[in-house]
Design a protein around this ligand. Structure first.
Ligand code: ARG
Length: 407
């Protein structure tokens, strides 16, 4: 029903409408007027089907997420989504928030799919960092919200730091409208949307004519529509699996021409473009895991990993940080290797204590581009940390391209 209705609707707004919508977005009004959520193609049937638990043929559209499936999903009280970036920072859209500075007006809800679940974890905001390039020709619809206190043990969603994952099929999730113009949802919905290249997206209609290629990433079903994010999903993550099969965030719900219309993809902030700006902002905000900023610290020097040989290490010197490390410290690695199952990876603390990040396995895939979360809370932060790599089996060789540590 949604599909046929949408097919009859006008193909696209004229340029004036589109310019107005961009103006409103720049003014940060979108989230105020309409909160986004995932818009499943057959949103109406998806809802009732999920509620009744009966199977029905559904090729496109959204379904309910299970409790714990996307544990880093955040609902923000102004009607937006977000994702836990550290245990005290939420990554969301710039157009969802006001200007940079102290702000205690936002409530973040975490740890539930049902917003009325009494076990929800809630935190107030204390500070907003809104991307300084948002609303400029460079683009950058992202913001970090610092929470009053960390959420101990919460899962976080690592962000893509290269363009490698800006392709394929993405997952989106949110509590926004399940149909264009519809109400916000009580239960978290999820859906899958295919990548749409920049040129196809820009040419999809007048609305998309000033797509910012480097700053925006499009996704949706060009042919039939039916699956999309929508009002109230803004700020929420678009994500996929990385080379180690872990979730990685590639986009932030930003805008679109209506919801789920054919030839009208959703437009997402291109996270990889802003990854270093996000990391730098997070470091300056603190909340990188515990009180006080610490990281990321990076070593981008290549280190060859000898075949079935001795362990090699790459150092990172941490300074200017106080106290002990976080129980959810993050180790981002970029390893080029034709048979990653051969590799054993450990993090060595300054005092030599070793923490296993990955064991050898039969995984024949190539390369490792992922972020490991590890509990090193008994370790003092300052000092020289090392990433230790060992190839346990013969035949394939590779190298460490870069790695970074956030304590
Ligand atoms: N700007 C909207 C909001 O703030 C998000 C719209 C997303 N639209 C889409 N078709 N994917 O809620």
């Amino acid at each position: 029903m949604l599909l046929s209705r949408l097919r009859k609707s006008p193909a696209a707004p004229h340029r004036g409408t589109r310019s107005l919508s961009r103006l409103l977005r720049s003014a940060g009004l979108c989230a105020m007027t309409a909160a986004l959520v995932i818009v499943p193609a057959h949103s109406a049937s998806a809802k009732s089907t999920s509620a009744q638990g009966e199977p029905s043929p559904r090729v496109v559209g959204g379904t309910r997420a299970a409790l714990g499936e996307f544990p880093w999903m955040v609902r923000l009280s102004m009607g937006c989504g977000g994702a836990m970036y550290t245990n005290q920072l939420v990554l969301t859209a710039a157009h969802c928030v006001g200007s940079t500075g102290n702000n205690s007006s936002i409530t973040a809800t975490v740890g539930v799919v049902d917003l009325q679940d009494s076990s929800a974890i809630k935190r107030q905001s204390t500070y907003i960092h809104r991307s300084p390039t948002y609303g400029t020709s460079t683009g950058g619809d992202w913001a970090l919200i610092k929470l009053a206190t960390p959420i101990t043990g919460v899962a976080t969603l690592p962000i893509a730091t290269t363009t490698a994952y800006n392709t394929g099929t993405f997952t989106v999730a949110g509590w926004g409208a399940a149909s264009e113009g519809g109400p916000q949802e009580r239960y978290l919905l999820k859906a899958q949307v295919p990548y749409v290249d920049d040129v196809t997206c820009r040419d999809a209609g007048p609305y998309y004519s000033d797509l910012i290629f480097a700053a925006e990433l499009c996704a949706g079903r060009m042919d039939v529509g039916g699956v999309d994010t929508c009002q109230g999903d803004s700020g929420g993550p678009m994500f996929r699996r990385d080379s180690a099969n872990a979730w990685i965030q590639v986009g932030i719900v930003s805008h679109g021409d209506g919801c789920a219309r054919p030839s009208a993809p959703g437009v997402y902030t291109e996270v990889s473009t802003f990854a270093s700006a996000i990391q730098a902002a997070a470091a300056s905000l603190g909340g990188g895991g515990g009180p006080g900023a610490c990281g990321p610290f990076t070593n981008a020097n290549n280190v060859n990993i000898p075949d079935a040989g001795a362990a090699v290490t790459s150092p990172v010197t941490v300074s200017g940080c106080t106290g002990t490390a976080s129980s959810s410290s993050q180790v981002a690695v970029d390893i080029k290797h034709p048979y990653r199952g051969d590799l054993v990876i450990d993090l060595l603390a300054p005092d030599g204590s070793s923490y296993r990040l990955k064991s050898a396995s039969g995984d024949s895939g190539d390369n490792i581009l992922t972020t490991y979360t590890t509990n090193v809370s008994s370790e003092t932060r300052n000092g020289t940390w090392r990433l230790q790599l060992r190839d346990a089996y013969s035949q394939d060789v590779g190298y460490l391209d870069s790695w970074s540590l956030t304590l």
